[in-house]
Design a protein around this ligand. Sequence first.
Ligand SMILES: NC(=O)CC[C@H](N)C(=O)O
Length: 417
Amino acid sequence: MQAKSSILSGRGRTRKPLPENPVLLSLQGNVPPAILALADGTVYVGHSIGAAGSTVGEVVFNTAMTGYQEILTDPSYCQQIVTLTYPHIGNYGVNFDDVEADKVHVAGLVIKDLPLLASNFRQTMSLGDYLVREGTVAIANIDTRKLTRQLRSQGAQNGCIMALAQGEAVTQSLIDKAIALAQAAPAMAGLDLARVVTVKEPYAWTQTEWRLSQPVLGGKPGYGELTKPKFHVVAYDFGIKKNILRMLAERGCRVTVVPAQTPAFDALKYQPDGIFLSNGPGDPQPCDYAIAAVAELIESGIPTFGICLGHQIMALASGARTFKMKFGHHGANHPVKDLDSGRVSITSQNHGFAVDENMLPTHLRATHISLFDGTLQGLERTDKPAFCFQGHPEASPGPHDIGYLFDRFLLAMEHRA
Ligand SMILES: NC(=O)CC[C@H](N)C(=O)O
């Protein structure tokens, strides 16, 4: 709070001097250089703002103005280097309440500007310190508008960030090495990454949503606890985000999170009221174990709700096809139309694959489309209580945008009970 009030000035207020502030970042000093090389040989040089070392991945751009911490920790970004188009990243610091997983999942971060001052009453640490702590390689002072235009016109491609140590200089041989590393990185198409990020053992989840004022915690801001569960949901973890679990618990669901490879038979042993299929990284097509389990679970008639990778897996389990998009959807302002109500929601999105709307089997019905490019955003089984959504309804850019899909899942479970 101190830092925040210190920079407020204006009529009727006297400007206080800036306090000694641990979040003042050190970009003015001797910041080590870093290289961003793309597989096509394009090279950008900037400054290292995270851990030293090299990282490779598919370079994608995200257009959200806020939410960098949620983006960094979204497991769906495993093996992707994310460039953020909003120019100031790090201006509200980092806290430990807003993480979507227990660690950073992006392979690397590319930004334009790391502000000198991070200011937010909830922050516990600066973005730079957090990236170092997490061992995340990141580069700043990059022309992210140019990079984004390149990715948009040519499509997402693999890249390498090479963050040098203090005192090290950028040389042609290091640039050549970074390009070679980018070219050697595996292509995203065909990669099963749900297997990489999924939990090893099942666990129970009862935490509810965050509130600024939380009476059950003595009036302090924070998360709540589910006390009277109405339903039991088995959630497949293909790379699940914590806020999905909180939104389920908030609506009265006790959740058992299970590994991605859990066979349908084992999931049914929990006698769930509903099955949830999470988001996750990589290509859905190689996840044959999950596609087989989901086909069986839908067939059993248990209400099923899938998000993002879960949506794609449900579509494949129902006989649809998926394809790799040119540069995907990554942002927090994507308009999506509900084809039944005509209502348009502003949604959060993060996907590089999509379900082919031209090849849907007769028991799958399109329920939502993207108003950016017309791609399919939602599906429903006409013969079973199963539906799915391509975007991220647990993120709230709008501020509640498409959270009503969770209510629809609850209704399906109530209907069956
Ligand atoms: N957020 C997600 O679940 C992404 C799904 C999938 N990995 C894709 O890129 O399309």
